[in-house]
Design a protein around this ligand. Structure first.
Ligand code: MTE
Ligand code: MO
Length: 197
C-alpha cells in the first residue's frame, strides 16, 4: 500500500526517532479513560465555533474527503512508542481548506464521544500529519483504538489525539483538555519530554 512517510518529523524537533525516555513496542496497547463509546448511525462529525458557519459530515461524507495513508510513529506519554503505524485518513489541513476560519482563532478543541477533550494551538494543528483516521495498517480502526474516527498527532504525545472524535471547536482562547487539566503537559512535545505540567 502506498504510504507517505512521516517518520522523519523528529528531525524538526532536533531529536532521535525514539524520543528520550521512550521504549519501542510492537504491541499496540489501549489507553482509554473509560468504556468504548458507540458511534450511532445519526452521529455526525461537526466543526463549530469561530467559523463563518458550522459544518457537519456523516461518516461516509467524511471518508469521501481527500485522504491518504501515512507512516507515522506513535508516542504514548506512559513511555511506549509504536513505530511505523500506517494510518489512513484526512489531514487537518485538508479539512481546514473547506472551512472559513475566523482570523482571531488561536486554538482548536477536539471533542470525543466519551467526553474526552484535548486542545492544540491552531498553528500546531495546521500540519498535514495531524490526521483524522479510520484505518490502521489497512484494517478499519478498532473500537478500542478510537474507531470509527480518531485523531493522530505524531508531533505530540498521543493524548493530544482524540479517539472517537466527534467534533472540533475553533476558539479565540485556548482551553485545556481532559488530561491537561489533570497534570499532563499542555505542550506535550515528546522530544523535550514535556510529560507533566
Ligand atoms: N476520546 C479519547 N481519546 C483518547 C483517550 C481517551 O481516553 N479518550 N486517551 C488518550 C491517551 S492518554 C492515549 S495514550 C491515546 C491512546 O490511544 P490507543 O488506546 O489507541 O493506544 O489516546 C488518547 N486519546
Ligand atoms: Mo496516554
Amino acid at each position: 500500500m502506498e504510504c507517505t512517510d512521516k517518520t522523519d518529523i523528529h528531525k524538526a524537533f532536533d531529536g532521535e526517532r525514539l524520543p528520550p525516555g521512550q521504549r519501542e513496542t510492537t504491541a499496540f496497547p489501549v489507553l482509554s479513560k473509560g468504556d468504548v463509546p458507540s458511534w450511532t448511525p445519526t452521529t455526525e462529525f461537526r466543526a463549530w465555533g469561530a467559523l463563518d458557519r458550522d459544518r457537519s459530515w456523516t461518516l461516509s461524507e467524511f471518508r469521501s474527503l481527500p485522504h491518504e495513508t501515512q507512516c507515522q510513529d506513535f508516542h504514548c506519554v506512559t513511555g511506549w512508542s509504536r513505530l511505523d503505524c500506517r494510518f489512513t485518513g484526512v489531514p487537518f489541513t485538508t479539512l481546514a481548506e473547506r472551512l472559513s476560519i475566523d482570523d482571531d482563532v488561536v486554538s482548536v478543541t477536539f471533542h470525543a464521544l466519551d467526553g474526552y477533550t484535548t486542545a492544540l494551538p491552531l498553528s500546531e494543528c495546521m500540519r498535514d500529519d495531524v490526521l483524522f483516521a479510520w484505518a490502521l495498517d489497512g484494517e478499519p480502526l478498532s473500537g478500542p483504538h478510537g474507531g470509527p474516527l480518531r485523531v493522530l498527532t505524531p508531533h505530540k504525545y498521543a493524548y493530544k489525539g482524540a479517539k472517537w472524535v466527534s467534533g472540533i471547536a475553533f476558539r479565540t482562547e485556548h482551553e485545556r483538555g481532559y488530561w491537561e487539566r489533570r497534570g499532563y503537559s499542555d505542550s506535550a512535545n515528546p522530544w523535550a519530554e514535556e510529560r507533566y505540567a
